[in-house]
Design a binder for this molecule. Structure first.
Ligand code: SIN
Ligand code: MN
Length: 200
């Protein structure tokens, strides 16, 4: 494993996963999933997304950025559920709370190309992700594009922390293995990515 990547399997048991999915269903009614597009090209992402917290990550033709409101409704993002804040406090090893929780929804065939998370001001804080639903093949490597990579399967209830030397590692999702979880009635995968955005 690369230095600074910490994998914690089975942090949430099945009832806790189901309760979190229910909280997300309610949040998505207020802040609907949207399809982001790539800067400049306008090419749509294969995942749909929304956010929770005081700041949300968005991507459109103008670029990547954090903003306090939903791009379509103009409303503030819903609050983060306590359970995700608790996970941050247990595993992030960072004194301040996250400001952004990106919710990525992967339906059949969705994936995420290798990228770095670098739209934050504060790289001292780790990036923490929680996986729900079908298992994903997560690929990660070092901090330069084109270097050696390895894969890790992320299953429902697992937590991954990218901090320290791995805070700016390249990472992505090769594919989601359909039928590997019964958590989401229609299948698919949800990934929550918690980040601290601003400097203290
Ligand atoms: C991301 O890097 O934005 C998502 C990673 C994941 O879905 O596990
Ligand atoms: Mn990322």
């Amino acid at each position: 494993m690369f230095e600074g990547i910490n994998y914690h399997p089975n942090v949430l048991d099945r009832p806790a996963q189901a309760a979190l999915v229910e909280a997300l269903r309610i949040a998505v009614q207020a802040a609907p999933l949207f399809t982001p597009v790539m800067p400049r090209t306008g090419r749509p992402f294969s995942v749909r997304m929304t956010n929770l917290g005081s700041l949300g990550w968005v991507s459109d033709k103008a670029g990547y950025r954090y903003q306090p409101h939903h791009p379509e409704t103009g409303q503030p993002w819903p609050a983060m559920p306590d359970v995700v804040l608790d996970i941050w406090q247990r595993f992030a090893n960072y004194p301040r709370l996250p400001e952004a929780c990106l919710v990525n929804f992967y339906q059949q065939g969705a994936k995420m190309g290798l990228h770095q998370d670098r739209d934050e001001e504060d790289f001292a804080a780790p990036v923490l992700s929680v996986s729900l639903g079908d298992t994903a093949v997560f690929r990660f490597g070092g901090t330069t594009r084109g270097g050696k990579t390895q894969t890790l399967k992320l299953s429902s209830g697992d937590v991954l922390v990218m901090g320290g030397a791995s805070r700016l590692c390249f990472h992505g999702i090769d594919r989601v293995l359909s039928g590997t979880s019964t958590l989401l009635k229609e299948g698919g995968r949800i990934n929550l990515t918690l980040r601290r955005v601003t400097m203290p």
